[in-house]
Design a protein around this ligand. Structure first.
Ligand code: GRF
Length: 182
């Protein structure tokens, strides 16, 4: 079975959905770059090891990534799964990690890369939004798309309703795609 590390920076609802999906892999560790992120509490409740690498302690990216590599080595990680991880890897990091890195993004890539994707799509009056699971490269949401799901926006929808619909789809789609990749 493959060893997986999930990386997250905030709420962690996707992390929890992945853990609860009981995939055929070992979710070895949560890696978190923010010391006050709610996902740390989720990891404790789900009894998953948590490596908090507080990014404010490592102003130089190379030093931060060195710490990340120590964790990957310790847990013999094959697959890196980003789930709301708000930090871009250097090209060196990506080349040195021996295995795939995947991410989930709440838009129909290549549209609406980066932060605030659902809000930006909503404000642009898109009739369809969506979710993309993609491989990670050193750009912002630029890697090859693995799978996408389209989500309709209905007349009169609020932003909150659209966001909830997107997140619900994420929690189903991401574990499904990961299961296939594994
Ligand atoms: C999700 O919308 C994901 O697509 C994006 O960041 C958000 C993370 O949410 N990359 P959560 O922390 O998993 O609740």
């Amino acid at each position: 079975m493959k060893n997986v590390a999930v990386f997250a920076s905030g709420n962690g609802s996707n992390f929890e959905a992945i853990v609860r999906a009981n995939l055929k892999c070992n979710i070895k560790v949560l890696v978190c770059n923010k010391s006050d992120a709610y996902v740390i509490t989720r990891a404790k409740n789900l009894q998953i090891d948590c490596a908090v690498i507080d990014e404010t302690m490592y102003p130089v990216k190379k030093d931060f990534e060195k710490e990340v590599f120590k964790v990957l080595k310790k847990y013999e990680i094959d697959l890196i799964v980003l789930a709301g991880y708000m930090k871009i890897f250097s090209e060196d990091f990506i080349n040195n990690h021996n295995g795939p890195i995947v991410n989930i993004h709440p838009s129909l890539l290549p549209k609406y890369r980066g932060k605030g994707a659902i809000r930006r799509a909503f404000e642009a009056n898109e009739k369809q939004v969506g979710v993309s699971v993609h491989y990670v490269d050193s750009g912002i949401d630029t890697g090859k798309v693995i799978r996408q799901e389209v989500i309709e926006v209905y007349e009169g929808d609020t932003l909150k309703e659209v966001e909830d619909r997107v997140h619900h789809i994420e929690h189903v789609l991401y574990p499904k795609v990961l299961e296939e990749l594994l």
